[in-house]
Design a protein around this ligand. Structure first.
Ligand code: 3H9
Length: 699
């Protein structure tokens, strides 16, 4: 056919094979080859049935995302699929790996589907801000029912072969070799004279859905609640609704219209950016893919506090036995009890089986004997942020552990090079900064010290992957990348309070933007007292410079309002309820603080609030890039999406800055600088890119 698709006959069956590594994406060449393969199969009189199968590691994983946003050449996928569905002999899809997006849509235009037990079937377009654009929203509900189809399409989550069989999405699960099994299935279809089953003609599920007039409103309300401004799930729902309300061909036309609308949206551009950013983040220019990864067969965690417990659970979840070490037996026992409590809570929610819990708990052993760290290949220290204590622990581990053992610190602020200096193996020392709760949050900042060896970095990145985390490489500086940017954001939120806004207004602007929580609800959840103590200590040391951002926070803490745990902070809380309630007392405190500071309060618009909170973050991100602390702007986006809940449909803070226009961000920063001083001075990198009309990737 062409270089991507071949045709060959086996017995009564014409076999069309796609080969477009790595994931058999439906590029122009594949669509063209498929169209030609179908023509040949249709014309081959000896072929009583056709089999569609793929070479390599997977079935077709969807449209070629790299072609999106560019002019598309004929034949388009819907045209190829119409040809496929109308062929006058049975066509059978044989799936291994993943049949995703356009790949699953190809199978739905076939008359029968089979796959190996390990195969996955899904329509993940929603995760790219899209909807299935080649009949997926019209055929899936006709095949498996409207509600199961809605679930599959609006969640984007794939289903395994067994579930697909149960739902009727596929007709047979193949044991053993896929090609041989699928050929036997095709011969059976021929021998039994099975009909050409066109999904477009199935009506049973559509009629059932018509009998439930509330179906779409019910699902729309539930989706809108979860979507936080993400438009794609609701667009998916509109397309499925068309399957119920319109004849098939009109439904297909409506689907196409919605698909093109989604393709042109800023949100889809953002989500596509995130897709590639997630893959880029694993690539470190001077640590190539073939860098040796040291074996990690056993882990150890020093410190049984909240972070230590979460980290030990990450090892256990990845199937790696781990020793949890603390100074007293009481602390060890308490840590192990917390491990059990955390897992039991997951079991009670039905998200983990009791058997799996028992296996994971059994992988975690506790001891007060530091010597047992010697049995691990990766030791992660998670004691509190005290440089002297960390140095003492690292010196001790250095004496006790074999020379190859990697010693990692979970520090969130301290200098990893200074910690490494306490050992005779700085090349085996690395930062592994987990985010709280450590067993839940996907982000892991991997901090490269001056002397950290390449294989140490490769091992830390590989361990992150085994733990189901996204590892992002950063350099040494106070707060690393994520928290450095966070500080800018929370500081601005505090200033806005003093200047005229209220917590509920700021929080609403931020949650309307798509963050799960605003800065003040977040502070109330974390507790206000810790940062109060830090501020007091820094003030006593004379380390506070510039405009002070803690006035309101200090007053609240002086009134013993420490957040949720004390029933009040920026908001008030009713017993047993975490919902923040507006509090006139807080407003009084804020008004007084403004007066005390000599600030005349003014109306602050929502757009200014958003810009004041986000632009300084983008500016700090640019400084981080300039200093070489992060490798790329898209890595900072991945940090914020996975560690702080930044909405993926906004692409991350740096991508959002580019969508607003770096020039506009730069201009706004200059205005803020005029008004409020040099905290807002644009970074030279941002100023240069704005002047040159370039994005961060072109820096
Ligand atoms: C769609 O189908 C729209 C239709 O409804 C309508 C059409 C009209 N295109 O993830 P990996 C690259 S929308 C181009 O590391 P894994 C990826 O960038 C599409 N490239 O491997 C990477 O490149 P590099 C719906 C793609 O084994 C390399 O392949 N489909 C595509 O961990 C390996 O990827 C999806 O959303 C693509 N579609 O996971 C599926 N997919 O090496 C998206 C991958 O240069 N893909 N690449 O960095 C996936 O979910 C995973 O890649 C998959 C494999 C599970 C398949």
């Amino acid at each position: 056919m062409n270089e991507f698709v071949t045709y060959q006959r086996r017995g009564n069956v014409g076999v069309i094979t796609v080969n477009n590594p790595p994931v058999n994406a439906l590029s122009h060449g594949v669509r063209e080859g498929l169209s030609m393969g179908l023509d040949q199969g249709a014309a081959d009189g000896a072929a009583k049935a056709l089999l569609l199968i793929c070479d390599g590691r997977t079935f077709i994983a969807g449209a070629d995302i790299r072609e999106f946003g560019k002019p598309m050449a004929e034949p388009m996928l819907p045209t190829v699929l119409a040809k496929l569905e109308n062929i006058a002999k049975p066509v059978i899809a044989a799936v291994h790996g993943t049949a995703l997006g356009g790949g699953l849509e190809v199978t739905l235009a076939c008359h029968y589907r089979c796959g190996v037990a390990s195969a996955l079937f899904g329509l993940p377009e929603v995760k790219l801000g899209l909807l299935p654009g080649s009949g997926g929203t019209q055929r899936t509900p006709r095949l498996i029912g409207v509600e199961p189809a809605l679930k599959m399409i609006t969640s984007g989550d794939p289903v395994p072969a067994a579930k697909a069989l149960e739902q009727g999405l596929i007709d047979e699960v193949i044991e053993g070799d896929l090609l041989e099994g699928a050929l036997a299935f095709a011969e059976k279809v021929v021998a039994e004279g099975r009909p050409l089953r066109k999904i477009r003609d199935l009506t049973e599920h559509i009629e059932a859905a018509k009998a439930d007039p509330e179906l779409f409103e019910r699902n729309r309300a539930a989706l809108a609640k979860r979507a936080r401004g993400n438009e794609a799930p609701l667009r998916c729902l509109e397309a499925v609704k068309a399957a119920v309300e319109l004849p098939f061909d009109e439904g297909i036309a409506r689907e196409r219209q919605l698909f093109m609308e989604a393709m042109g949206s800023a949100q889809s551009a953002a989500l596509r950016h995130v897709f590639f950013a997630e893959r880029e983040v694993a690539k470190i220019p001077d640590v190539p893919k073939d860098t040796p990864v040291l074996p990690v067969e056993r882990g150890a965690v020093i410190g049984g506090g909240t972070m230590g417990v979460g980290i030990a659970m990450n090892f256990a979840n990845a199937g790696i036995p781990v020793t949890l070490i603390d100074t007293s037996q009481e602390q060890v026992d308490q840590a192990l009890a917390t491990v059990r409590k955390n897992y039991a809570s997951t079991v009670s929610k039905g998200r983990l089986s009791q058997e799996e819990m028992d296996q994971r708990v059994a992988r975690i052993t506790g001891t007060t004997d530091f010597g047992q760290a010697a049995g691990a290949q990766l030791v992660i220290e998670a004691v509190f942020e005290d440089m002297a204590l960390k140095k003492e622990i690292f010196a001790k581990l250095d004496r006790l552990c074999p020379a190859e053992t990697i010693l990692a610190s979970n520090t969130s602020t301290l200098d990893v090079d200074e910690i490494a200096g306490a050992t005779a193996r700085p090349e085996r020392v690395v930062g592994m900064h987990f985010f709280s709760p450590a067993n839940v949050m996907r982000l892991l900042e991997i901090v490269r010290g001056e002397k950290t060896a390449k294989d140490t970095i490769a091992t830390a990145m590989a361990t992150a992957r085994r733990m189901g985390k996204v590892g992002v490489l950063v350099g040494v500086c106070h707060g690393f990348a994520g928290n450095r940017m966070l500080y800018q954001y929370t500081r601005e939120a505090s200033f806005l309070l003093e200047e005229g806004a209220l917590p509920q207004q700021i929080d609403k602007v931020i949650t309307d933007f798509g963050m799960p929580m605003g800065p003040f609800a977040m502070r109330d959840l974390a507790g206000l007292d810790i940062s109060w103590h830090v501020r007091k200590a820094r003030r006593d040391q004379g380390a506070l410079h510039g405009r002070y951002d803690g006035t309101v926070g200090d007053r609240l803490c002086e009134m013993e309002r420490f957040g949720q745990k004390s029933g009040a902070g920026y908001y008030r809380y009713e017993a047993g309820n975490r919902a923040p309630l507006n509090d006139p007392l807080t407003e009084e405190v804020i008004l007084k603080a403004s007066k005390e500071l000599g600030i005349a309060r003014r109306e602050i618009g929502d757009a200014e609030i958003l810009a004041r909170c986000l632009y300084p973050m983008i500016n700090e991100g640019a400084k981080i890039l300039e200093e070489g602390i992060a490798l790329r702007a898209s890595d900072l986006d991945i940090i914020w999406i996975n560690g702080y809940g930044f909405p993926a449909h906004r692409g991350g803070p740096m991508f959002y800055g580019e969508q607003v226009g770096l020039d506009s961000v730069h201009k706004a920063l200059l205005e803020f600088e005029k008004e409020h001083g040099d905290l807002w001075t644009p970074s030279p990198l941002l100023a240069r890119l704005a002047a040159e009309g370039k994005g961060f990737a072109e820096a």
